[in-house]
Design a protein around this ligand. Structure first.
Ligand code: HEC
Length: 186
């Protein structure tokens, strides 16, 4: 390789690096202000970005590589659809859906509602297209129902409302009588 070619390649690589660095440095919240959605994005950036990725809130906390990921890295909301909004509010109050890893009630009350609306509106915009599945932006964002918002009150919340079939219970499920599943003795 001749010297001028080497210089050109090095210069090109440096330019590419500079462009990358600039892109990182300029990432910021990408939701018009003032609006409750911007409020939600700002809160997401402060409270959720350590564990979740969502470009509209300049958040990069999800694991970028399964090998280097940590157990508490949360889902990447650039690609994961989170509709309707009630689902997000439930996850905030419950600590994700399993309630095992993500802390509960990181935001409560109106702040939780703002964050939930922001996530439901902006998550899933880079979701891969799956044939036959409804695209995220075609699914309704929905509205926050009162039973959910009362349980998101954190310390001031009163008793939690019991799950009704529509909220994830199993419709028509009954508790089997004790011993019903025991194998018959031979
Ligand atoms: C300490 C890390 C951490 C923080 C902080 C955190 N999360 Fe999570 N989150 C997780 C993990 C891990 C999961 C997956 C939990 C599971 O499967 O049990 C999760 C799951 C979720 C889910 C359910 C996603 C799905 O489709 O399964 C939602 C919604 C969510 N988080 C929203 C939020 C919001 C909003 C905030 C900020 C208010 C937040 N998270 C802060 C770690 C975190």
């Amino acid at each position: 390789m001749t010297a001028p070619v080497k210089v050109l390649i090095t210069a090109g690589a440096l330019l590419a690096l500079a462009a990358l660095a600039a892109a990182c440095g300029t990432q910021r919240i990408n939701v018009a202000s003032p609006s409750p959605l911007h409020e939600g994005a700002a809160l997401f950036n402060q409270r959720c970005s350590g564990c979740h990725t969502l470009s509209y809130a300049a958040a990069n906390g999800s694991a970028s590589n399964v090998r280097s990921g940590q157990f508490n890295n949360g889902p990447n909301f650039n690609v994961r659809c989170e509709r309707p909004v009630d689902r997000v509010l439930y996850a905030i109050a419950n600590g994700g859906f399993s309630g095992q890893i993500m802390p509960q009630n990181i935001v409560v009350g109106q702040q939780a509602a703002d964050v939930a609306k922001f996530v439901a509106t902006y998550a899933g915009r880079q979701a891969p297209k799956v044939p036959g599945a409804i695209q995220c932006d075609q699914q309704p964002v929905g509205t926050i129902t009162t039973s959910q918002s009362s349980s998101s009150g954190g310390a001031t919340a009163t008793t939690r409302t019991a799950l009704t079939p529509g909220q994830g219970g199993i419709p028509g499920a009954t508790t089997p009588a004790i011993g019903a599943n025991k194998k018959k003795k031979k």
